[in-house]
Design a protein. Structure first.
Lengths: 315, 482, 281
């Protein structure tokens, strides 16, 4: 593999590349994100942002208590988020555990949701603590069941102990398993990487290894997709594009619950990576509760009065 | 469709502007004989008419300040003085949005800045100094340091209310009374502040505000009843003041011009540096004495930084200052716009390369697109003269010492920025730079606890922090008269 | 024992510039007489060009002097006290011969001057602790204020040896380089003091002493654009305003002592620098 001609696959060349990345000043990154959070998105642009955000939601359920019934209900919601309003777009994807992939795929296909992809969390999600062999088989299993997107976790223990070559190799191998069949999203669990320097390094490491998306978090660890973390990742995909000509997607996941949160994310995208990233092909939001808030805000904009949760479905 | 932000205008209904204003002397508004218009620089709409302060207005104001000093203010304990200042701080917080909108209308700066920076800092400044009023014995200026009496204060148009706070809060906390002359183009928030003084029941004459032009300010400086001058403005006027008081025993603090260097080393946190460069020169339309108006880049990363800077500059939202999403507002006056245009034209003529992003500037009002000049050398006038607008000159250096030498190669010495991830290099650079305020991995940050002021021709004295108190107390180390 | 009829070898009084003792480039001297009218010496009548050369020397020396550790500067100032102790008798004799001051008073003046050097020496490494600050700004920034020397400072002295010492010591202790302008009879002990400086490990150019006429030199010092501070304490009141007007051209820090021995005089020729740095991981 060529790795964009930037590294040769050896740990040494990877480290050489990562070590020349500039550092991130925490205060500066956080104040930029905070400043962008003051953007006031109103009227037509808010309406556009809400629909765009809906189309970017990776509607997620990742619970031990998940059942086929729950997953099917979620699929219905994914295809027609508001059963009373056909102008509401479908969401970006359904995101489930492996054993629910085929259930979700079958159900989506049966209700006209052929275009909604199923994403599976993989590689011993959420901890990533399994042998490489198990991780490969985990991924293969999901793809075989019909997953078009693989959300893999990196080995944070290896990352934090400096074994970046190991982390890189795992991503490369999972990328190979995905082949042409599945998009690969690489989850960093930024709450465990802690520093923005690490987030930047992980972003480049994953992109070089072949990620199609870089994703903040599993949703199981807080803090998750904070605006400055997403800012740093958006800077990485922007700069990687000018380096390679390839646009990598970004997926914040975890902690994005309100329309306001989602719009802040879109503003971050717009003013950091640029408007080219404002598409579900390049930006997703991993969430569950968010969708209903987006729907309620949409109703408010249509009806002119504040909505009640009684009027949106709870699946 | 792309993500265009629909206009998000801050409602202006929160402010009431009177058609005509008087001076605020001895606790009440007194109309002057002559008036002059004050406009909204974003629209050229006339907002109101202000009194043009005459010699007799200044006389009355100084007399009121002297009387208040003798009869009430100097007799109050520090504790009681402090409580007045706390009251003022609280009322400013209560009416913060009103002040923010009025400042934006009168000055042209974006509501985001008046709302998030100017007005919160104003309140913080009063709150901070309120606490000093009864603790001056512990300020390191000797036992029971004494105030001067009447302070004559002249402030600029770039941060109208914030500069008022920088002047009035320490003066009152240390026991002086005040005659303040706001800038000709931006007096409205000072006049609204007069209402705050009334609401706070500040004794009559402790704060007096006389509006007017440069002649009003000169009259105040030369008034024999004024014991202390505090001025923020151009170096040219600062020197005039220094000469004007030479034969008197008046003391002066002067916060003057600058040509701040923003030095980016090759180990800088690049994205934050780009933000810092933008904040350094485009904050407040570049109408900032401490603006980072000279970008001094290490050659090895110059290209990368300039490229990223241009991408970032294209995101700057220039437009209606009342729009909450505006980043760069209107130039404060036609006069200032002309000055910026002239200096930019000189940059062109001297062969520097000008670049600005595409901006749709309104036909009405005074506007100047964010601009950088690359290929600038020390010999260019745009590398030497203060432009006081959104215009950045970019220079390069090869070794750290060369960067420092270029940064220091100016008669000014107000501010400088350092961008590096290496602690020892940052501390080294901060020692080498001849400037009163050094920002490392940040820029244009202000705080009432942090002393501010310049080296060399950027002025005399400090404002803010423990050091700022010395400006209003007899300490035996001040520049100025006798 | 020295024969009573021995011819004394008298000293030629020169200037003290950049660690050397040159004559005035102008070739001019002036006569100093004792209070009884006897000829004492022909000190140099320094010219504006001597001043210019002194400023150049002082500017060149200043960076290194400021960069020396405060401990080192303190020791050098203390060394000046030690060396002056060895010349105390000579200085006192010169003071009492050239002024109306009695020999006894002159001795106590020189003793006081020595003690002043000791006092100032101790300040070098305490200024930033006493007058600096860490400022608790409302944000994730480490913010501190430290005093720094101004640069090149010209000081003046006309009658009192102690005032002469105070003016120099207050300016030099913080890391400024100094040019002392000395008037009249004080020139004689001042140049003896220059010999003290020459043997005190003080780097060349840090202190320069020009003898002559304050009236002639002060306006040139006031208007010199490479002079940062000017102590005009020894200038008569009616002449101060014109110096301040001239000094305004580069906004010189102009200072007049109030006669009290306080660190204010040191701080008058210091700048306060405030540094912000982000705090983050």
């Amino acid at each position: 593999m060529s790795f964009y001609g930037l590294v040769d696959g050896s740990e040494k060349s990877l480290l050489n590349f990562l070590n020349q990345l500039s550092g991130v000043d925490q205060v500066g990154a956080e104040s930029r994100a905070a400043m962008l959070a003051t953007r006031s998105i109103k009227t037509t642009s808010k309406r556009w942002a809400i629909d765009t955000a809906i189309s970017m939601v990776d509607l997620t359920t990742l619970e031990g208590a998940d059942t086929p019934g729950k997953v099917k209900a979620l699929c219905s919601k994914a295809v027609r988020p508001d059963p009373t309003d056909s102008t509401v777009p479908s969401v970006g994807a359904i995101c489930v555990y492996n054993d629910m992939v085929s259930i979700a795929r079958t159900h989506l296909d049966s209700i006209g949701g052929e275009k909604v992809p199923v994403a599976a969390v993989s590689t011993a999600f959420p901890s990533g603590r399994a042998s490489m062999d198990v991780k490969i088989r985990d991924t293969q299993d999901a793809i075989d069941a019909g997953a078009a997107e693989i959300d893999m976790v990196i080995d944070r223990g290896a990352f934090l102990s400096g074994k970046l070559g190991l982390v890189f190799d795992e991503i490369v191998k999972i990328r190979q398993v995905c082949g042409e069949k599945a998009h690969l999203k690489v989850i960093f669990e930024t709450g465990e990487l802690v520093t923005y320097d690490n987030v930047r390094k992980a972003s480049y490491l994953a992109m070089l290894a072949g990620a199609d998306f870089i994703k903040t978090s599993t949703g199981k660890v807080a803090p998750a997709a904070t605006p400055p973390v997403v800012l740093v990742m958006l800077e990485a995909v922007r700069d990687f594009y000018s380096l390679t000509g390839r646009r990598i997607g970004v997926k914040p996941a975890g902690g994005i619950r309100t329309t306001k949160d989602a719009i802040k994310q879109l503003v971050l995208v717009n003013e950091t990576a640029g408007p080219e990233w404002l598409t579900p092909e390049l930006f997703r939001i991993g969430a569950s509760a968010l969708l209903n808030d987006l729907l309620m805000q949409r109703m408010k904009m249509d009806d002119g009065y504040y909505a009640s949760p009684n009027y949106v479905t709870i699946d | 469709m792309t993500f265009e932000y629909a206009p998000a205008l801050e409602p202006r209904a929160i402010v009431t502007i009177k058609p005509k204003y008087g001076h605020f002397i001895n606790g009440s508004f007194v109309s002057g004989k002559r008036h002059f218009p004050t406009i909204n620089p974003a629209t050229e709409e006339i907002l109101s008419h202000l009194s043009l302060g005459s010699a007799s207005d200044i006389d009355k104001a100084v007399a009121a300040a002297q009387k208040a000093y003798t009869k009430t203010w100097s007799k109050l304990s520090g504790k009681e003085r402090g409580k007045y200042l706390y009251r003022i701080a609280r009322i400013l917080q209560e009416r913060a949005r009103e002040f923010a909108v009025l400042e934006t209308l009168d000055n042209g700066k974006p509501i985001r800045e008046t709302r998030d920076i100017d007005i919160p800092l104003v309140a913080a400044h009063f709150f901070y100094h309120a606490g000093w009023a009864d603790k001056l014995d512990y300020a390191g200026l000797g036992h029971s340091p004494q105030p001067y009496g009447v302070a004559g204060q002249i402030i600029p148009w770039n941060f109208p209310l914030l500069m008022l706070a920088w002047k009035v809060a320490p003066a009152l906390a240390t026991g002086n009374t005040v005659v303040l002359k706001p800038a000709e183009t931006t007096s409205l928030t000072a006049l609204l502040f007069a209402e705050v003084c009334q609401q706070a029941e500040l004794p009559d004459g402790v704060v007096n505000i006389v509006t007017g032009d440069g002649s009003t300010g000169a009259t105040l400086v030369n008034h024999p009843g004024v014991h202390k001058i505090a001025f923020t403005g151009s170096t040219e006027v600062g020197k005039k003041i220094a000469r004007a008081i030479a034969a008197t025993d008046k003391k002066a603090t002067l916060e003057l011009g600058g040509k701040g260097a923003n030095i980016v080393f090759d180990d800088a946190p690049v994205d934050e540096a780009v933000e810092g460069i933008v904040n350094g020169i485009f904050f407040n339309q570049g109408h900032v004495c401490c603006a980072g108006s000279r970008l001094i880049l290490q050659e090895s990363i110059a290209e990368e930084i300039i490229e990223k800077l241009k991408v970032r500059m294209a995101k700057i939202r220039v437009g209606d200052p009342l729009d909450k999403n505006t980043d760069l507002g209107a130039i404060n006056s036609r006069e200032q716009l002309t000055k910026i245009q002239e200096l930019a034209a000189i940059g062109d003529a001297e062969g520097a390369q000008r670049w600005s992003p595409q901006c749709n500037l309104s036909d009405k009002g005074y506007w100047f697109a964010p601009t950088i000049f690359t290929g600038v050398t020390q010999a260019h006038r745009i590398a030497q003269e203060e432009i006081f607008g959104p215009v950045l000159s970019v220079l390069t250096f090869r070794t750290p010492q060369e960067g420092i030498d270029k940064a220091n190669n100016t008669p000014f010495g107000l501010s400088a920025g350092i961008w590096s991830e290496k602690g020892s290099r940052t501390l080294w650079a901060s020692q080498q730079l001849r400037a009163g305020v050094i920002w490392a991995n940040t820029f244009n940050k202000f705080d009432p606890t942090s002393p501010f002021g310049g080296y060399k021709e950027s002025g005399w004295g400090r404002e803010g922090g423990k050091h700022g108190l010395a400006a209003y107390l007899k300490t035996g180390r001040e520049s100025g008269g006798k | 024992m020295v024969a009573t009829n021995r011819i004394e070898v008298k000293k030629t009084y020169k200037l003290f510039i950049n660690g050397a003792f040159p004559r005035s480039e102008s070739g001019r001297v002036f006569e100093v007489h004792s209070k009884k009218g006897e000829f004492i010496a022909n000190p140099c009548l320094a010219s504006r060009k001597d001043l210019r050369d002194s400023v150049t020397a002082a500017r060149a020396a200043q960076h290194g002097w400021a960069k020396a550790t405060a401990y080192n500067r303190g020791q050098i100032l203390y060394r000046i006290a030690e060396m002056l102790e060895g010349r105390a008798e000579q200085c006192a004799a010169e003071i009492s011969t050239t002024t109306a001051i009695t020999p006894l008073k002159a001795q106590s003046m020189v003793s006081e001057a020595i003690d002043r050097w000791v006092w100032y020496a101790g300040w070098s490494d305490k200024l930033s602790a006493v007058t600096g600050a860490t400022n608790p700004v409302a944000g994730p920034y480490y913010n501190f204020t430290i005093p720094e020397p101004l640069g090149v400072v010209v000081v003046t002295a006309s009658d009192s040896f102690i005032d002469f010492i105070d003016a120099i010591a207050a300016a030099v202790v913080s890391g400024n380089s100094v040019i002392a302008l000395v008037d009249g009879g004080l020139s004689v002990p001042a140049m003896t003091f220059a010999e003290v400086l020459a043997t005190s490990d003080l780097p060349a150019g840090v202190i320069n002493i020009l003898t002559g006429s304050l009236d002639e030199l002060a306006p040139w010092a006031a208007s010199h654009m490479d002079v940062d501070g000017f102590d005009i304490s020894a200038i008569s009141k009616k002449k101060r305003a014109e110096l301040k007007v001239a000094g305004a051209e580069n906004l010189k820090r102009i200072y007049i002592a109030d006669g009290k021995l306080t660190p204010s005089r040191i701080l008058a020729f210091m700048e306060q620098k405030t540094v912000w740095h982000t705090i983050g991981v």
